[in-house]
Design a protein around this ligand. Structure first.
Ligand code: AP5
Ligand code: MG
Length: 215
């Protein structure tokens, strides 16, 4: 199964991706997670991406497209994948279309997670992320069992630099202007599936499962 996960910052893409990937045996490919890992490891790519990410701006298309090209060639992805946070511009979507054609692959669905801005801001301002595995928590809605410690790997939790007020507001604006047009793009291709992203985390997963079981 090959999927795209589209939705504004804080919609719950990462949270639901974990459940989707373990249920359907596919691999999560999060461009945000890959960029953060590069930053942690101090690579050239990480250094290049830093200033854009911290300001809540998009990293330039050519950098992201080269990165995803390399990722999609990995043998582990043969069983299927979920693209989380890519594509995010029409140019990225067009590049993905050509890549898929070259690889003789087709997408099964584009999941669109819909959440209103007031809720996104509440989710992002109190999000905490694991330094080692990247898992997301929320201080109130989805807290770890032990304060500041990741349930899964025992890593330390931190607040992402782009989860402060100014970058959050910028990320929402960037989503509106540059990423939202992709909803029409995929709706016209008849592969867009809309999901109400408000409610309990398990309840939202049940909505997603109902769609994926029919794909
Ligand atoms: P990225 O890491 O992709 O961030 P994002 O799109 O802003 O999305 P988030 O990861 O913030 O949100 P999410 O939807 O995964 O929500 P989560 O599950 O964590 O990108 C970061 C940056 O990298 C970009 O700004 C850009 O600079 C760069 N970048 C990445 N990809 C790029 C690309 N393709 N092109 C160019 N630049 C790129 O949940 C959020 C919070 O809500 C958590 O606290 C969670 O616990 C909580 N929560 C989840 N579900 C619920 C629920 N149902 N109810 C209550 N709380 C919930
Ligand atoms: Mg995420």
């Amino acid at each position: 199964m090959r999927l795209i996960f589209l939705g504004p910052p804080g919609a719950g893409k990462g949270t639901q991706a974990e459940r989707i990937c373990s249920t359907y045996g596919i691999i999560q490919l999060s461009t945000g997670d890959i960029l953060r890992e590069n930053r942690r490891n101090g690579t050239e790519l990480g250094k290049l991406a830093q200033k854009y990410m911290d300001a809540g701006e998009l990293v330039p298309d050519n950098i992201i497209i080269d990165m995803i090209k390399a990722e999609l060639q990995k043998p582990a992805l043969k069983t299927g994948y979920l693209l989380d946070g890519f594509p995010r511009t029409i140019n990225q979507a067009l590049a993905l279309d050509s890549l898929l054609e070259e690889m003789n692959q087709k997408l099964d669905a584009v999941l669109i997670l819909e959440v209103p801005n007031e809720e996104l801001i509440k989710r992002l301002t109190a999000r905490r992320t694991c330094k080692s595995c990247g898992k997301s928590y929320h201080l109130i809605f989805n807290p770890p069992r032990k304060e500041n410690i990741c349930d899964v790997c025992g890593g330390e939790l931190f607040q992402r630099d782009d989860d402060k007020e100014e970058p959050i507001l910028n990320r929402l604006k960037v989503y509106e202007n540059q990423t939202k047009p992709l909803i029409n793009y995929y709706t016209e291709k008849s592969i867009a599936k809309y999901i109400n992203g408000v409610g309990d985390i398990d309840e939202i997963f049940t909505r997603i499962k109902a769609i994926l079981d029919k794909v």
